[in-house]
Design a protein around this ligand. Structure first.
Ligand SMILES: [Zn+2]
Length: 467
């Protein structure tokens, strides 16, 4: 910190840490974080995709809670019912850049037949809040609301302007949500340089007693592809050297079996370095020029890291998994074309390599195009912001090991990045051992412990006021 920001920066940082110590988070705030989570779960905001979903009642609920805290929330829609909420809290330092905090209001579908409780009951049982959205991410929306309301009660203000965005349609294409806000209302995000949102700062238990807290500082890009093979249509009994099904099958096999080279982004490099040190393991040469040596070193380290490697393993390489095939209509007719879908995920800095590799793997007889394309993101790990995020977690869990990580999927941050906003995945939750957080996402019996919400509210308050 000191060598990056100098003496003055260090003093200012110490002052902010001191201020953060006088926490405005009181019993009311902790109770509200729980109650708001439960209330928001009860408002069914299921996003079925293709434009089907209604966030308005949840947006109105959020707007009312913000207005009660003296804020002036704007409700914004691209289509009726697909409502977003944006509000700005004035910081104490008008010269400081603004900070964006965003959370989505929609949830993925839940089939009540599969659940132990009604997924839209928001039931609180044995210290746990149950329901769709309990971790993805009405819990986060509720904690943000609880924190800013605590600020209003205590007369506390953050240093930077804090812009709050509660979005629609994150679970589909974001066209009614963050995509719309960025396209139609960029002025609302004036001055924002950094954002906090899903998903990070939760407890990851590698099973050895350690508590890791992955903080997202990057996202892989989404590259959903359609492969189309063309050939000569004809009778199934004839010899064919231009069979679209055969051509497609060959291309799909090459794509699916491709051994993608290890490509280390700054975030993944930092994560490997920190985890190796934490576990007392030798760090392989991460600058090895020979691809085989690099892969052997990185894969070897991941193997020795055991369960902790799960945080990193999906993000040391690009990936492209064939997921759907479509060809033909009758067994004795050779079709003139055949198509396949491939779920590709691309690391920051690897897009050109990804497209060149796809060109080569699909070959001359098969074309490919994007069915859906979202850019990858990269945020700096050696930054004052990351230091603050780390400190806030350590303050409330001194045994925490904060590890930067790159998300293998994507969030609303991709849309907001179009405004030049750098994103960190940071919605803190302290979770007990045995609680499979990742399985909760879009899973059955999604739930969140009350204690986790209390912890998250404290950490979020501290981080937001110190940033
Ligand atoms: Zn989510």
């Amino acid at each position: 910190m000191a060598d990056r920001t100098g003496q003055a920066g260090q003093a200012a940082q110490a002052e902010r840490v001191e201020q953060a110590r006088r926490t405005p988070v009181d019993r009311v705030a902790l109770d509200e974080a729980v109650r708001f989570t439960s209330d928001l779960i009860r408002i069914d905001t299921t996003n079925r995709g293709g434009g089907e979903g209604v966030e308005r009642p949840a947006a109105e609920y959020v707007g009312e809670r913000l207005a009660e805290a003296g804020l002036e929330p704007l409700l914004l829609e691209k289509a009726p019912g697909r409502t977003n909420v944006v509000a700005r809290i004035a910081g104490t330092d008008p010269s400081a850049p603004a900070l964006l905090v965003h959370g989505h209001l929609d949830v993925v579908p839940a089939d009540p037949a599969e659940w132990s409780v009604d997924p839209f009951s928001g039931e609180i049982r044995d210290g746990v809040v149950w329901g769709r959205g309990a971790v993805d991410m009405k819990d986060s929306d509720a904690m943000v609301l609880a924190v800013v309301r605590a600020w209003a009660r205590a007369g506390a203000r953050p240093r930077r302007d804090v812009v709050l965005a509660f979005t629609a349609d994150e679970e589909d294409t974001a066209q009614y949500g963050s995509g719309h806000l960025v396209a139609a209302h960029p002025d609302l995000f004036e001055g924002c340089t950094e954002s906090l949102g899903e998903s990070g700062a939760f407890t990851f238990h590698p099973g050895d007693g350690r508590r890791l807290y992955p903080v997202a500082a990057g996202e892989r890009g989404t590259a959903w592809l359609t492969l189309t093979a063309r050939g000569r249509a004809g009778h199934g009994s004839k010899i064919s050297h231009a069979n679209a099904v055969t051509r497609l099958s060959s291309a799909v096999t090459r794509v699916g079996e491709h051994a993608w080279p290890v490509r280390l982004t700054p975030t993944v490099r930092a994560a490997l370095t920190e985890l190796a040190a934490l576990y007392g393991l030798p760090l392989p040469d991460l600058d090895a020029e020979d691809p085989g040596e690099l892969a052997a070193g990185v894969d070897g380290l991941l193997e020795r890291l055991g369960p902790a490697a799960a945080l990193i393993a999906p993000t040391v390489r690009n990936s492209a998994n064939p997921t759907m095939l479509n060809a033909g209509y009758k067994i004795n007719v050779i079709p003139g074309s055949a198509t396949a879908q491939v779920d590709g995920r691309v690391l920051p800095g690897s897009e050109a390599e990804f497209t060149a590799t796809l060109d080569r793997l699909t070959g001359d007889d098969v074309d490919w195009e994007y069915a859906h394309h979202e850019i990858p993101l990269q945020a700096p790990v050696a930054s004052p912001a990351f230091d603050v995020l780390r400190e806030a977690l350590l303050h409330f869990d001194p045994a925490a090991h904060v590890v930067p990580y790159c998300m293998s999927g994507g969030t609303d941050a991709k849309q907001f990045s179009r405004l030049g906003i750098t994103h960190y995945g940071y919605m803190p939750l302290r979770l007990p051992e045995g609680f499979d957080y990742q399985a909760m996402f879009h899973g059955v019996d999604e739930r969140v412990p009350v204690d986790a919400l209390h912890f998250g509210t404290h950490v979020l308050d501290r981080a937001l006021r110190a940033l």
